[in-house]
Design a protein around this ligand. Structure first.
Ligand SMILES: [Zn+2]
Length: 438
């Protein structure tokens, strides 16, 4: 049917006819969300993580070539607006029934749905179920008649009527708390955003009052003052803005936490910044190194980091083959660091989890030789590591050292079928250069 619409010529239509058609097209497009919700909910209810090869939203992102954020949004939309079933198999109505019905007949679109969901995100949890139901019905009715930004105003008014004193509880605040470290921009900078609880704010305030004071932790100083009180001279020299001082103060606080050694171990190595670079880059002091968190660090920063005694830095010559042997079944610190240079992150196809958050998997499970050769180890994130069990997914090493992921025969379908089973996410240079994936 879509093929017919796309192939059609609209040259001969009058303006009123075209407008009628545009309206019809909008309605029909909106209605298509309904079968999508239904299909997603059915897959979520009936299929297992083994079948998707990980999380449902990740599998959807791979299958449809949409971002993981967009895929997660579709799963959440389906949960709120699609038909569901109880564990007993009984059909349940959608969580937002009036909104779902209006979307199903094409009278409201994604913009309206977003406004109504946002209304519920900001509603205190003490509002009773019956009132919530009435509010949802009311908003869905208005959404049929108005544009999303108009419905937004109505929703704000309704929020005020239901909660005129702005009473929020710890539960409401806890639900909203978040800290988002955005992706790295082309110049290496990252946006930090989020919502702090009053307690987190009070804590941050006092840390910044100390470390972000004029003259403190000033990178322009020969020896930045990190404890004690800065003298008049240091304060006078300090030309940073208040926001820049906040940034430097936070960095100093985090560095002190790392240097305290109180964080202990994380995934088998001391909590520390792991940086991978080559001898060549280090000698020329140019280019970018990568961290175990999957980010890029200019060499000038690497060298500055190395000057802090409390960090330790692992540098590898990529040209030199590295083999580490250990008699213990548990991968040693050195082997984990080597995996940071080789795998950089989870090796499951399409997975974006960086090295810091990965577990070490033994590719050859026949542990007859009792050695933990690093060539036999690979990084896997928690959810992918769990797929690797007897009768489930398996891994094997390719000649070039890449790890290949293989589903069990009865699960060889879906988004991964016929696609490369290695992960290029942490190695974008492989997609650009000579090492094409076979
Ligand atoms: Zn993974």
């Amino acid at each position: 049917m879509v093929a017919r619409i796309v192939g059609h010529s609209y040259d001969a239509l009058t303006t009123p006819e075209r407008l009628v058609l545009l309206e019809k097209l909008e309605h029909e497009t909106r209605r298509l969300a309904f079968p999508r919700h239904e299909l997603i909910n059915q897959v979520a209810e009936q299929a297992t993580p083994e079948e998707f090869g990980g999380k449902l939203s990740h599998a959807l992102a791979d299958l449809l070539h949409i971002s993981r954020a967009a895929a997660a949004q579709r799963v959440a939309d389906a949960a709120d607006l699609g038909p569901r079933r109880a564990i007993t198999g009984e059909p349940l109505e959608a969580r937002l029934p009036a909104t779902a019905a209006a979307q199903r007949d094409g009278s409201i679109g994604d913009g309206h749905v977003a406004v109504i969901r946002q209304f519920f995100d900001q509603l205190p949890h003490w509002v009773d179920v019956e009132t919530q139901r009435c509010a949802e019905q009311h908003l869905a009715q208005q959404a049929v008649r108005f544009r999303p930004e108009q419905v937004r105003k109505l929703a704000d008014r309704l929020t005020y009527c239901l909660n005129p004193d702005g009473t929020f509880t710890d539960t409401d605040r806890a639900r909203r708390r978040s800290l988002v470290l955005g992706v790295q921009d082309i110049d290496g900078m990252s946006r930090l955003s989020g919502w702090l609880t009053p307690e987190a704010r009070a804590t941050l305030e006092v840390v910044l009052a100390k470390l972000a004071a004029p003259g403190m932790c000033n990178a322009d100083d020969q020896t930045p003052i990190v404890d004690g009180t800065p003298g008049e001279e240091s304060i006078k020299r300090d030309t940073r803005s208040a926001n820049q001082r906040n940034h430097d103060g936070l960095q100093a606080a985090l560095r002190a936490t790392l240097a305290s050694g109180k964080l202990g171990q994380h995934n088998g190595i001391p909590a520390t910044i792991v940086v991978t670079t080559t001898l060549e880059q280090l000698e020329s002091a140019a280019g970018k190194a990568s961290t175990g968190g999957g980010s890029q660090l200019p060499l000038s920063d690497v060298i500055r980091l190395a000057s802090h005694a409390h960090h330790y830095l692992a540098i590898f010559d990529e040209a030199t083959p590295i083999g580490l042997y250990h008699t213990k079944r548990i991968a040693s610190t050195g082997q984990r660091i080597v995996l940071h240079t080789k795998d950089r992150g989870c090796t499951a196809p399409g997975c974006d989890v960086p090295g810091y958050l990965c577990e070490v998997h033994h590719v050859d499970e026949s542990a007859s030789c009792h050695t933990t050769d690093v060539d036999n180890l690979t990084f896997a994130c928690g959810s992918h590591h769990r797929l690797l069990k007897p009768g489930g997914w398996t891994t094997r090493k390719r000649a070039n050292g890449d790890t290949e992921w293989i589903p069990p025969p009865h699960l060889d379908f879906g988004p991964l079928r016929g696609r490369p089973r290695t992960n290029t996410f942490h190695h974008p240079e492989k997609l650009l250069g000579e090492e094409g994936d076979p």
